[in-house]
Design a protein around this ligand. Sequence first.
Ligand code: BG6
Length: 517
Amino acid sequence: MPEHVLTPPDPSLYDQLAAGTAPPIAEPVSVVIFGGAGDLAHRKLLPALYNLHLDGLLPPRVAITGVGRKSMTDDDYREFARTGIESFSRRPIDSHAWPTFAANLFWASASIDGSLASLGARLDVVEHERGLPGDRLYYLAVPPSLFVPTVQQLDRARFIVKGTARPAARIVVEKPIGHDLESARTINDAIAQVFDEHQVYRIDHYLGKETVQNILVLRFANSIFEPLFNQKYIDHVQVTVAEAEGVGNRAGYYESAGALRDMVQNHLLQLLCLVAMEPPRSLDADVIRDEKLEVLQSLRPLHGEDVDASTVRGRYEAGFVMGQPVPGYREESGVDPASRTETFVALRLWIDNWRWAGVPFFLRTGKRLPKRASEISVHLKEVPPILFNRNPGTRLDPNILSIRIQPDEGFALGISSKIPGPRVRVYPVQMDFHYGSTFGASSPEAYERLLLDVMAGDQTLFMRRDQVEAAWQWVMPILDRWASDSTASIPTYAAGEWGPPEADQLIRAMGREWKAP
Ligand code: BG6
C-alpha cells in the first residue's frame, strides 16, 4: 500500500469500524462531486454520505463540495441534499445529525468547458476554513462522455499530484467505462495520464452490496461449500439479475447501451468471478482482483456462430408487470420506434480451467421481467440413480445452493429429507437464511460501503483497469456479431414474462431449466 493514502491502509477497516473495534476514520478529506446536482448525487451519493455520518464513519473533518454548471448557494445545495435524503435515504433525517452533516456541504459553480481556476480557489477557501490539508477525492458523477475532458481539465488546472506526494488525490468513476473495448481503453489511458492506478476507483455498485460481499465469506469461511465448488460435484451454475422496471427516463443512455453492455459486461461478470474464482491467498485488494481477472481470462471466447448458439437477446413488448399494464420498449419515451436495442440477454458460457471444465454457466438479465430478483444458484449433480433416486419417474431434486442477492437477501440450500411416517418418502426441503430476520437492521447501501472504502483507500471492491478491459474483450465478439446483421430479428417477450422463449430453449438444449428466483 502506498504511504500517501488518506487513512490507514487496512483492508478490514470497515469491519473493525462496524464492530466498534477501530477508531473512526481520522484523516480529513475533501470530497468533490462533479455532477453534484445530478441524479446520482441526489439519489445515491448524498444519502450514502449522510448515512455514513449517522454511523459516525465520516472523518470528523470533511468537506463535500458539489460541482456543476448551475448557479446555487451552499444553502441551496444543502436543500437539494435534504430532499434527496428525504426521498432516498434508508434512514430518515435526524434533527440532531442533520445540521452537523449539512455544515459539511458546499456548492461550486464550474463548467469543465471553461477553466477550473475558480473552482480551485473555492476549494482552497473551503478546505482552509475547515482545516483540511488538501487531500481530495474527485467523484465523476457525470456522463461517461465527460470522463476524459474532466480528467484533462483537472490535470490542466494542476489539481492532481500523481504518485505518492501530498496532497493526495483519488478519482472515482462510474460505469459504464466505455462503450466497447476501444473506448474503454481510451478512457483508461486518459485517466492513466493523470492518475496512478492506485488512485483510481472504478465503481461497479454490485460489489458494494452486502450479499455480493458475502459470496466470498460463504465460500471461504465455511468448510462445507468450497470442496464442492468444482466440476466433480457441480452440474451447472445460473446467475439471474431480473428487474421489474423498464427503461424509465434513461432511454438516451440505454438506447446505445442495451442489456449486454449495461448489465452483463460489468455486474453479471463480476458476480460470476466471485462464484468461480480460486481461493485468494489473502484479502489484499490486488490478490483478490488477480483471482477475479483469472476467471475473466479463462472464459471461453465466443466467435461467429458460437455467439448464435450461446446467446439470446430479447426486447420487451407491452404487457403487465405486477398487475399493471406497461408499454413496450419501443413505445417508451425517447426510444426509437425501430430500436434494435436488447433489454434482455441470456448466455451460456464456459470457464476453461481445471476447476470448472465442462460445467456450463447460464447468465440472464432483463428489464420488465416478472419481478426484481437477483440470484445465483449453484446446482449440484444428481445423486446416483440407486437407493432413493432409483425410480426414473420420480427423480430426486438435485441439491441447489441459492444465493439471493436481492431483494430478499439470504441464501438457501435445497436438500432431500424423509417425510415423517412409516414409509420412506423423500421430499425436497429448504435450509434458509434471511439477512432481515437474522441481523435485523437494514443493510448499508452499496454506495455507503463503496464511498467509505474510497476514503479509506481500499480498492478491493473496485474494478482494476485490466479487469474492465478483459470483460470488454470477452463481450466484444458478441456485440460485433449482433451488429453485423442489422436485419436479424430480435426475439421479443411480453413485459412480465421471463424473457423470450428462445432463452428457455437455450438452457433446455443442455437438459436444464431456469430456476425462478
Ligand atoms: C445499473 C444499470 O448499473 O444497475 C441499470 O445501469 C440497472 O440499468 C441497475 O437498473 C440495477 O441496479 P440494482 O442495484 O437496482 O440492481
